[in-house]
Design a protein around this ligand. Structure first.
Ligand code: NAI
Length: 262
């Protein structure tokens, strides 16, 4: 598991904000960073869940309420994290949502919901924390994109578009901030065992007229590494991207899909 990773000395005394960290991939990222000695702000829309997660992670983790769709909320969450932790050197912009719908039936509301959280949320958190990183002359950012940011995903046209945009932002922002000593990368998970996956499996089964088990079996059978992806599979790569081992990498979207996308 990620918590068994070797201790990387560059993380000693560092502080991180992880959005969408109450559950799923974000929680695993927060746990993996905490295991490296990082104090983490578990930032989430669901404050009750974030509070519970921060308590379970321990190691000085704090819970912060944030709605990444709203500038004022991101601004005050950032100030709260800064005050609680005394500084911020790592941002993982991970909060995201998905809904499933045939592109021909998609509503404006569904389009906006996916773009507001997945794309505007990355813009707002990256910009607000990025200003702080530029002022202090260092900092590292990882955004959670998706396999659906590399290949258009069926029944997820709106989600795919919102995640392709995350990679575009990541590359351009990485270029602008590189000279300031700040790296910006993205991680592209495949199909990860979280509550998002549980919802998608039910929607996809309904839309395609098959069973949820068939949806999962089909995906695993198309996965060269032959099993479902776990949040910890993603967290290990995020820790790597935040570490000095990745010091010459910026603007990348790293696929973590068990070989589904090569
Ligand atoms: P999840 O649904 O299990 O957890 C998402 C967390 O984000 C929840 O705690 C939720 O409260 C929080 N959140 C939702 N809206 C928010 C908002 N407006 N402001 C702040 N927090 C908010 O989802 P999961 O699977 O852990 O996804 C995490 C990220 O990984 C997302 O960006 C998702 O798009 C991405 N991803 C997930 C994949 C999967 O198969 N599960 C595959 C590829 C990417």
């Amino acid at each position: 598991t990620a918590s068994a990773s070797p201790h990387l000395p560059e993380f000693a005394g560092k502080r991180a904000i992880v959005t969408g960290a109450a559950a799923g991939i974000g929680r695993a990222i927060a746990e993996a960073l905490a295991a490296q000695g990082v104090r983490v702000a578990v930032a989430d829309l669901n404050l009750a869940a974030a509070t519970q997660t921060a308590a379970e992670i321990g190691r000085g983790a704090v819970a912060i309420e944030v709605d990444v769709r709203k500038r004022a909320s991101v601004e005050s969450a950032f100030q709260a994290a800064l005050a609680a932790l005394g500084g911020i050197e790592i941002l993982v912009a991970n909060a995201g949502v998905s809904t499933m719908q045939r592109a021909l039936d998609l509503t404006d509301e569904e389009w906006d919901f996916n773009f507001d959280v997945n794309t505007r949320g990355v813009f707002l958190t990256n910009q607000i924390v990025g200003r702080h990183f530029v002022a202090q002359g260092h900092g590292v950012i990882v955004n959670t994109a998706s396999l659906a940011a590399k290949v258009g995903a069926g029944l997820l046209a709106h989600y795919s578009a919102s995640k392709f945009a995350v990679l575009g932002w990541t590359q351009a922002f990485a270029k602008e901030l590189a000279a300031k000593g700040i790296r910006v990368n993205a991680v592209c998970p495949g199909f990860v065992k979280t509550s998002m996956q549980s919802r998608e499996v039910i929607w996809e089964a309904e839309l395609r007229g098959i069973t949820p088990e068939q949806v999962i079996n089909e995906y695993v059978s198309q996965t060269p590494l032959g099993r479902l992806e776990t949040p910890e599979d993603v967290a290990g790569v995020v820790v790597f991207l935040c570490s000095d081992a990745a010091r010459f990498m910026t603007g990348q979207g790293i696929n973590v899909t068990g070989g589904v996308y090569m």
